[in-house]
Write a protein that binds this ligand. Structure first.
Ligand SMILES: Nc1ncnc2c1ncn2[C@@H]1O[C@H](COP(=O)(O)OP(=O)(O)OP(=O)(O)O)[C@@H](O)[C@H]1O
Ligand SMILES: [Mg+2]
Length: 285
């Protein structure tokens, strides 16, 4: 394909020799525009962050809380919303994704390999399908029940691995997971939070795990009654979560005033056991 005229935001990277040509625009999302670029022999992905003003605001209080800022002047300016402060939050937002990618790649989580971060552009591995084209999102693919259970188990394993590395994705869903030729790849991490230092980490972890359950449960309804979220968080909080900790898919709910049906719970248990067995098989394999 003939290269396109490079957009202005990629010009600097071309001048610095970080990329050679721009092949095409892949997607324009809420927070970034993503391009396929060539760097020597390699095809890569360039994520160009939008300016705060053009961006729909996902960076709610959840995400910024406890984000580490370099100094107190910066922190005060960010709180006051001065121009210096806005620029500092902007940079913190963008570099949060880069930091998370490096941290997770080092922990063995399947994320795109980061190459460079320069002038608000993240250069990373292009996640591809069997044909070498940009991989589809999970949302664009149909699964058999069996495939859904397999991917659900392997992605739960990734969530656990992330948490043991101290990171909660915070926006994990079928829209932010790509299906590459070698399985699911987790993307889009600017809102990732520090599991230990953020009061919203638990809520975000539970939401991430529920999103996986609901999406794959659409193909394999037996997953819908599993309780992996609370189980994982409970183990994490007790300092008992390791990458290979066996999970059951059950979680002891605190006894309420009424016990809502031990029978239903037993049915759930049987389903959860099957999901847990698959997870063990994943971890073993
Ligand atoms: N490393 C990559 N390899 C292949 N495709 C990618 C990669 N990164 C992003 N994409 C594609 O670009 C889209 C947008 O990327 P991303 O989700 O990171 O940005 P975003 O601005 O948050 O988008 P959205 O608002 O759609 O969530 C993804 O859905 C995916 O299709
Ligand atoms: Mg996204």
């Amino acid at each position: 394909m003939a290269p396109m005229k490079p957009p202005k935001r990629l010009q600097a990277l071309i001048e610095e020799g970080l990329i050679d040509t721009v092949v095409r625009q892949l997607m324009s999302g809420k927070e970034a525009t993503v391009y396929v670029v060539r760097c020597g022999e390699d095809t890569r992905c360039a994520k160009v962050y939008k300016e705060a003003t053009e961006r729909s605001f996902r960076q709610a209080v959840d995400y910024t809380e406890n984000r580490k800022v370099k100094n107190s002047r910066q922190a005060r300016a960010m709180a006051k919303g001065t121009k210096f402060g806005r620029e500092a939050s902007e940079a913190a937002w963008q570099s949060a994704e880069v930091d998370a990618l490096y941290r997770l790649a080092a922990a063995g989580v399947r994320v795109p390999k980061p190459y460079n971060f320069c002038d608000g552009v993240l250069l990373m591995e292009l996640v591809t399908d069997e044909a070498g084209d940009a991989a589809p999102r999970l949302n664009d693919v149909l699964f058999t029940a069996e495939e859904a259970r397999t991917h659900h188990a392997s992605l739960l394993g990734e969530v656990v691995r992330m948490l043991t590395a101290g990171v909660v994705h915070g926006d994990l869903s079928e829209f932010n997971i790509l299906l590459s030729h070698d399985g699911p790849v987790i993307i889009d991490l600017p809102q990732a939070v520090d599991a230990a230092g953020n009061n919203h980490a638990q809520r975000m972890l539970l939401r991430d795990v529920n999103n996986l359950r609901d999406f794959f449960g659409g193909f394999a309804p037996d997953l819908l009654s599993t309780q992996f979220g609370p189980e994982i968080w409970d183990l994490y909080q007790r300092g008992a979560l390791l990458v290979d900790t066996p999970l059951t898919g059950h979680h002891e709910r605190k006894a309420g005033p009424v016990d809502l049906g031990g029978v239903l719970r037993e049915i759930d248990d049987a389903r959860a056991e099957d999901a847990a067995r698959r997870l063990r098989m994943q971890q073993a394999g």
